[in-house]
Design a protein around this ligand. Structure first.
Ligand SMILES: Nc1nc2c(c(=O)[nH]1)N[C@H]1C(S)=C(S)[C@@H](COP(=O)(O)OP(=O)(O)OC[C@H]3O[C@@H](n4cnc5c(=O)[nH]c(N)nc54)[C@H](O)[C@@H]3O)O[C@H]1N2
Ligand SMILES: Nc1nc2c(c(=O)[nH]1)N[C@H]1C(S)=C(S)[C@@H](COP(=O)(O)OP(=O)(O)OC[C@H]3O[C@@H](n4cnc5c(=O)[nH]c(N)nc54)[C@H](O)[C@@H]3O)O[C@H]1N2
Ligand code: SF4
Ligand SMILES: [Mo]
Length: 686
């Protein structure tokens, strides 16, 4: 250690924020420290997970050899043997059931850019349309909701220039720690911060207005806000007239959302409702509506998110300085094969049930995959490669996930550690960590591209590219993986962008490929182009497309089940998955220093409910839904921290796995997201 340490810059991937890091390597090539570097995104900051990257890459439990299950036990084998046997089995499955009986699943751990596209490319290259991912329950709800209203894009909040930041079911200090500095900088400059959450979250503690809302009722609040904006004529009439469609229909529809109804439905007081409208009015167009995961896991998630996007439309905050910015892309080569080999005739799983999900995201539906494996309807699904996911802990209805994955003829899991999902595998292949790969990443908020550095290589441990390359070549699809390695692939990827690898290497702080330009809809109109990338070219407050598909054309509000159909057997309402800063879904529970801080899963409940149930802090309780039961330790919160009747159960714990009781059978009809927030449950002290 000491003076001989070398410093190499790269990006962190302990979460999806990709903060700039300095990685320190000793003379033996061992990673000894990681700290924050001055990247566009994090500006030198690093969170505790980022630092713990050292524990992660050097972890003594890392799997470094391929494992094959023989008679129920894992045995180490050589990589070439593993690849040969996996390819042979997949070929046999193709011969017997067709190529579509093979599938791939990309998890959160490998991210959303190049690694996702490689997985999509691979499965289409071998002739199957069945690409699955964690996105069946992550961010795609927000993406589709906003895309339906304003065109295909992921809202990039321009926090720092904002005058009013409305956080809908999002808690950046836990989920995006280094992004939080933007929000706090805006607050210092006088921006109003509004947190809409069922819990007094970390950001709610910093907010000017905390609207404590009943789960799943955000749509009622958004429509109530719209009604007031219209009535008081405090919306942008020019924008609405020129750039939106469906205003009259929306205006008629929101008449139902009187203050009285909204307050009763959401649990928010009239004063708070008025304060929110005032703050939005104060922001003019410099308002960020930032939607989080809290709005997604509901049966009416998409419409609730569309209703929020309609607020953006009314105040014209789309692509405004201080509003929801619509980034321009980097323009890399196209890695996916949807143009070349769409394979839709092979019935991608879930595309019939959730056509909007498939049309907008080309995403097969993971919950439907479980049913398909078990029932073999509409056809057999026999093999699956899982890369960087642990669905046994993260998908809803764990028992069904275990039953389905166990029934596969071939399950390959690419992992760093022995997980609950890996235990079910026929082969576990050691995967390269983020410090053993080189890949391109984008930060849309700044329009920067960054190339990560391969800090180390481990003999026999492949990156995802080389694995897919080697397997594709064995399966007769080598033509789609012509690049000798990841570096050659990267060169090909950047070609059409006009930015070279050398330029990216010279800019570890991020290379801004295009200066930010706001209000592109105006410039587009002047050039005679569609101002917005929707079917009509306008912002769609009413969607003819959705109506034609048999859904509500307007962002119609439906009360969540616990309000519409209260059930005395399941009198409590459970939200799940509120992020803990140190843990990442099922990850990081193998870091001793984190386990000391938060040793187990928590069930948060209101002191009033605890008293009624005779529960003391730390007691073991049983939580039961229509899906099943699970035991967990109770944490009694302060009376302001959570609403009475509402409980919050953290996810990603093996010992108290909340997904044993979440629903794979209740979902949003548009994007198929499972009901994981607003689940009806009962609670008993054990
Ligand atoms: N440390 C850490 N960071 C993470 C992750 C992690 O596991 N750990 N996961 C990453 C991933 S993949 C994602 S998708 C993001 C998610 O990032 P966020 O969307 O910011 O997710 P959370 O931090 O869980 O915040 C969601 C909030 O919504 C509230 N909530 C629940 N139901 C409702 C509701 O019906 N209405 C409203 N208004 N609020 C509700 C919860 O109380 C919670 O405070 O986080 C990412 N960042
Ligand atoms: N009840 C409930 N469940 C939820 C949620 C919720 O709010 N409530 N949130 C959902 C959301 S938003 C998401 S995104 C999903 C996430 O669910 P998953 O995609 O399953 O994510 P993780 O649990 O983090 O699993 C990632 C796995 O990849 C491994 N890994 C880490 N780095 C690498 C790598 O570089 N390469 C490879 N090959 N493997 C690696 C890790 O060891 C870990 O086992 O969970 C969902 N589940
Ligand atoms: S927020 Fe933390 S874990 Fe996520 S990329 Fe940044 S430093 Fe890494
Ligand atoms: Mo997610």
């Amino acid at each position: 250690m000491g003076n001989e340490r070398k410093q190499i810059k790269s990006l962190c991937r302990m979460c999806d924020d990709h903060c700039g890091i300095n990685v320190y390597v000793d003379e033996q090539g061992q990673v000894v420290n990681i700290d924050g570097s001055n990247h566009y995104w994090n500006r030198g900051r690093l969170c505790v997970k980022g630092r713990a990257g050292v524990d992660f890459v050097n972890h003594p439990d890392r799997i470094l050899k391929p494992l094959k299950k023989i008679d129920g036990k894992f045995v180490e084998i050589e990589l070439e043997q593993a690849l040969d046997e996996i390819a042979k089995k997949m070929s046999e499955i193709t011969e017997k059931h067709g190529a579509r009986a093979n599938s791939i699943w990309k998890g959160e751990a490998v991210g959303f850019a190049q690694e996702e596209e490689l997985a999509r490319r691979f499965i289409h290259a071998i002739g199957s349309p069945n690409y699955f991912s964690n996105d069946s329950q992550c961010f795609v709800g927000r993406w589709i909701g906003y895309s339906l209203v304003a065109g295909s894009w992921m809202a990039q909040p321009d926090f720092e220039n904002s005058r009013c930041i409305v956080l809908w079911g999002a808690n950046p200090p836990s989920a995006h720690p280094n992004m939080t500095q933007y929000i706090m900088n805006a607050k210092e400059k006088g921006a109003k911060i509004i947190a809409i959450d069922s819990r007094l979250s970390n950001i709610a503690r910093q907010a000017d207005i905390f609207a404590q809302i009943r789960p799943g009722t955000d749509g009622a609040l958004a429509l109530g806000i719209i009604k007031i904006l219209i009535e008081e004529k405090i919306y942008n009439q020019h924008f609405v007239e020129h750039y939106t469609t469906g205003f009259d229909k929306l205006k008629d529809y929101v008449q139902k959302f009187s203050k009285e109804f909204v307050c009763q439905e959401t649990g928010i007081s009239e004063d708070i409702l008025n304060d929110i409208v005032k703050a939005i009015h104060f922001g003019k167009s410099q308002v960020v509506n930032y939607v989080g995961n809290g709005l997604e896991h509901h049966e009416n998630g998409i419409n609730n998110i569309r209703a929020v996007a309609c607020i953006d439309a009314l105040i014209a905050s789309f692509d405004q300085k201080g509003g929801n910015f619509m980034p321009e892309g980097f323009g890399p080569s196209e890695l996916t094969l949807y143009h070349e080999k769409p394979l839709t005739e092979l019935e991608p799983i879930g595309a019939d049930k959730f056509p909007v999900l498939y049309e907008y995201r080309k995403e097969c539906h993971t919950m439907t995959a479980m049913d398909t494996i078990i029932t073999e309807k509409p056809y057999a699904l026999k093999s699956m490669i899982i890369i960087g996911a642990n669905p046994v802990l993260t998908n809803p209805n764990t028992n069904k996930v275990i039953e389905a994955l166990s029934k596969l003829e071939l399950l390959v899991v690419r992992e760093l550690f022995m997980t609950e999902t890996a235990e079910l595998a026929d082969y576990i292949l050691p995967a390269a960590s983020y410090l053993e790969r080189s890949e391109l990443h984008y930060h849309g908020m700044h329009q920067v591209a960054t190339l990560t550095n391969r800090i180390q290589t481990i003999e026999g441990v492949q990156d995802e590219y080389m694995f897919l390359h080697d397997l594709a070549h064995r399966l007769g699809a080598g033509e789609y993986f012509p690049w000798e390695n990841e570096d050659r692939l990267n060169e090909w990827l950047v070609e059409p962008s006009g930015v070279t690898i050398e330029t990216l290497k010279a800019h570890p702080e991020g290379y801004q490929y295009k200066p930010l330009q706001y209000k592109k809809w105006e410039a587009k109109e002047a050039r005679g182009e569609k101002p917005f990338n929707t079917r009509t070219g306008k912002v769609e407050l009413f969607s003819q497309y959705l109506e034609d598909m048999g859904y509500d054309g307007l962002p119609v509000y439906h009360s969540p089940d616990f309000i519409a159909n209260p059930d005395s057997e399941y009198p409590y309402t459970m939200i799940t998955g509120a992020r803990k800063m140190i843990y990442y879904h099922s990850r990081n529970k193998n870091f001793k220093r984190f386990l000391t801080a938060v040793p187990r899963a928590e069930l948060e409940l209101h002191p009033y409910d605890a008293k009624n149930l005779g529960i003391a802090d730390g007691d073991l309780v049983r939580v039961t839904s229509q899906i099943g039961s699970v035991e967990v330790h109770a944490v009694i919160k302060h009376e302001r921290e959570i609403m009475p009747g509402i409980i919050q159960f953290t996810h990603g714990w093996k010992e108290a796995n909340v997904n044993l009781i979440t629903h794979d059978d209740k979902f949003d009809p548009i994007d198929g997201f499972p009901l994981m927030k607003a689940v009806k449950v009962k609670i008993e002290k054990i």
